[in-house]
Design a protein around this ligand. Structure first.
Ligand code: ZN
Length: 317
């Protein structure tokens, strides 16, 4: 028996409350039962190149709470239609995003992200599809990544389609709203899409596009928006090139991720899901592991044997 970790709320965190998924990592190690489960996964996945699909559960160990996890507070993100159609809501959105962005950019990759980067280096992956906008896969060193829902560090103009770094827009927002960050301080929970739980947003001034004066939007996919077609095609290609699909830390609630699970299963490819709690893809899974994501991936990254064309060390070009 390992000593139970201190309650999550007393762990050093991310300037927020209520995230609990660091418990397993803090406890360290895996039980014999968990290792047996992972052995079954290795058996199913061995000597196949894998497509990997990740969701918010992968980043909870980096201090970004999963708004659909077992311990999460129900939350309804703003839809695209609300964002473009309502000035007050848009102002509220940008205010919360501004605080949230400052939180997200301080987050570091965890063992799960590092394990997937290692799997890529070992030539085990056809690619990585993530529903997260936090860029932590790239920060950990993964290079073949489809950011399915976009990334939190880019901003797009809906009128002239110019793209900006979020950092540049942050400078603009700070000029327009002097002292706002200091007044709001360390906000409450920050959702995976950089939405901070802040109420004092009424006087927040939204920045116009520096090029055309049009409406700016964080460059990720909102509810009510479609994932761009080329991105979806790249993700399907990763699944088509793979011998199996590994899903980690996603409840597969939205169709944008679930469709890859259905696609793999339809083509007879094994699907292994690592997620605590039920997922919408469970019925398609060859194996479902109710295990911590970071520890499981760290185990798999070392336990999976080399694929036939890659005996370790080099990645495909
Ligand atoms: Zn513009």
């Amino acid at each position: 028996m390992t000593t139970p970790p201190p309650h999550a709320s007393s762990l050093p965190g991310f300037g927020m409350t209520g995230f609990a998924s660091t418990d397993a990592a803090a406890a360290g190690g895996l039980t014999p039962e968990e290792i047996a489960d992972l052995r079954s996964a290795v058996k199913l996945l061995a000597r196949k190149r894998l497509a990997v699909l990740t969701g918010a559960g992968l980043s909870t160990d980096s201090g970004i709470p999963d708004y659909r996890g077992p311990n999460s507070v129900p939350r309804s993100p703003m839809t695209f239609q609300q964002f473009v159609g309502d000035e007050a809501l848009r102002s509220r959105y940008w205010a919360r995003n501004h605080i949230g962005w400052h939180h997200l950019r301080r987050a570091d990759p965890n063992d799960g992200h590092r394990a997937l980067a290692l799997m890529e280096q070992r030539g085990l992956l056809t690619g990585l599809i993530t529903q997260n906008v936090d860029r932590l896969h790239s920060a950990a060193g993964s290079t073949t990544v489809v950011d399915l829902h976009g990334t939190y560090d880019r901003v797009v103009c809906l009128q002239c389609r110019s793209s900006f770094s979020r950092r540049d827009i942050a400078r603009l927002l700070e000029r327009l709203n002097p002292g706002y960050l200091e007044r709001t301080g360390d906000a409450g929970d920050v959702a995976p899409d950089a939405d901070a739980d802040v109420d004092d947003t009424s006087d927040f001034t939204v920045a116009p596009c520096p090029v055309c004066g049009g409406m700016l939007k964080p460059d990720f996919v909102y509810f009510g928006e479609n994932v761009p077609k080329d991105r979806v095609e790249r993700a399907y290609a990763m699944v088509d090139d793979a011998g199996a699909l590994l899903v980690a830390g996603s409840s597969l609630t939205v169709m944008s991720g679930l469709r890859f699970v259905r696609h793999a299963a339809k083509h007879g490819k094994p699907v292994v899901i690592v997620n605590r709690g039920a997922t919408r893809g469970d019925e398609f899974a060859s194996l479902k592991l109710e295990l911590g994501v970071s520890e499981s991936l760290a185990h798999l990254a070392h336990a999976l044997p080399p694929t036939e064309n890659h005996d370790g060390g080099s990645s495909p070009s």
